[in-house]
Design a protein around this ligand. Structure first.
Ligand code: FBP
Length: 340
């Protein structure tokens, strides 16, 4: 394992005030988002949309790395330049989603286990040869009355750790994403309790599987009230609880934490990230940034709506959302920025 190279890639991904752009929606997820925005759900529209993203002017000023889905790694812009080449030319490190989706875990009603380990060593060789420098694997943890069970958390942590070790063997930086879903009417306290348990177990198993902590990135959920909770925690509480939970669970050796957005509005996600920085400036052992999909892409996708004439403005909206999150990473987000 080339530890130095892994560490350097992880540090480049976390550099300055930049963040990661998750544009790795599986076909099913991308089609779901397209359907909501009235966009045809075909391979050509997915290609056009990804072309819109990777050709966005100056995106590399705001985004250090982009996570791609397998289909996208093989696609090119209308002029024939591959998306991977376009990203690299724009100063953005290309990465790849390696999991093959969260499936029902047998004997554990309501819980999911992520698949994709079979053949992963061979897939990694091909992706590394294609120039993909980092990867992502998402585990999904659900909160409900009697779940998550420890058995489910351990099963997912084990898959995450085996994936991460294989990535590092191939010289690819693993992003480890244990997502505790927002869905439900649970309190922020319950989200804290579950997220803390999940992160403790994930790091226990990562360490047991000899994952090199300096050469990985954690992609967690923020600690939030459930989407349908009667009482919604305010921005300061979310920032405090999220930082408290991470400080308890994430070793200082890990170079970076990059949040998923998980269904928060774009504005909420930016406000929460910004509050963590303004309140805990210079008190955090790791870089803290974003790896949002919806919270960066949503306004651009909705404006585009599948129409060529909307591409330029949609790209401006994408750039704007990304740069607002740079401001959040500096602790400088304010709702005024939304109006500019
Ligand atoms: O298509 P999948 O594999 O269900 O993943 C859905 C999305 O979840 C993420 O992990 C997080 O996305 P959000 O920021 O929208 O929550 C993305 O990287 C990914 O595109």
């Amino acid at each position: 394992m080339d530890k130095q190279a892994l560490k350097e890639t992880a540090q480049k991904l976390m550099a300055g005030d930049k963040g990661l752009l998750a544009m790795d929606e599986s076909v099913a997820t991308c089609n779901k988002r397209f359907a909501e925005a009235g966009i045809p759900q075909t391979i050509e529209y997915r290609r056009k949309y990804r072309e819109l993203i990777v050709t966005t002017p100056k995106l590399g000023e705001c985004i250090s790395g982009a996570i791609l889905f397998d289909e996208t790694t093989k696609q090119s812009a209308a002029d024939g330049t591959s998306f991977i080449d376009l990203l690299v030319k724009g100063g953005i490190i290309p990465g790849i989603k390696l999991d093959e989706g969260a499936k029902d875990q047998p004997a554990f009603p309501g819980e999911k286990i992520t698949e994709g380990l079979d053949g992963l060593r061979e897939r990694l060789k091909d992706y590394a040869a294609a120039g993909l420098k980092f990867a992502k694997w998402r585990a999904v943890i659900t909160i409900a009355a009697d779940i998550p069970t420890d058995a489910n958390i351990y099963a997912n942590a084990h898959a995450l750790a085996r994936y991460a070790a294989l990535c590092q063997e191939a010289g690819v930086v693993p992003i480890v994403e244990p997502e505790v879903l927002m869905d439900g009417d649970h309190t922020i306290e319950r989200c804290f309790e579950v997220t803390q348990r999940v992160l403790h177990i994930v790091f226990e198993v990562l360490i047991a599987q000899r994952v090199y902590l300096e050469g990985m990135i954690l992609k967690p959920n923020m600690v939030l009230s459930g989407l349908n909770a009667v009482v919604q925690a305010d921005v300061d509480t979310v920032a405090d609880e999220t930082v408290k939970c991470l400080l308890r669970c994430v070793p200082a050796a890990v170079p970076g934490v990059a949040f998923l957005s998980g269904g928060q509005s774009a504005q909420d996600a930016s406000a929460h990230l910004s509050a963590m920085h303004s309140k805990y400036k210079n008190k955090l052992p790791w870089a803290l940034t974003f790896s949002f999909a919806r919270a960066v892409q949503q306004p651009a996708m909705e404006y585009w709506a599948g129409k060529d004439e909307n591409v330029a403005v949609a790209q401006q909206l994408l750039y704007k959302r990304a740069s607002i999150n740079n401001a959040a990473r500096r602790g400088e987000y304010s709702p005024e920025l939304e109006k500019e």
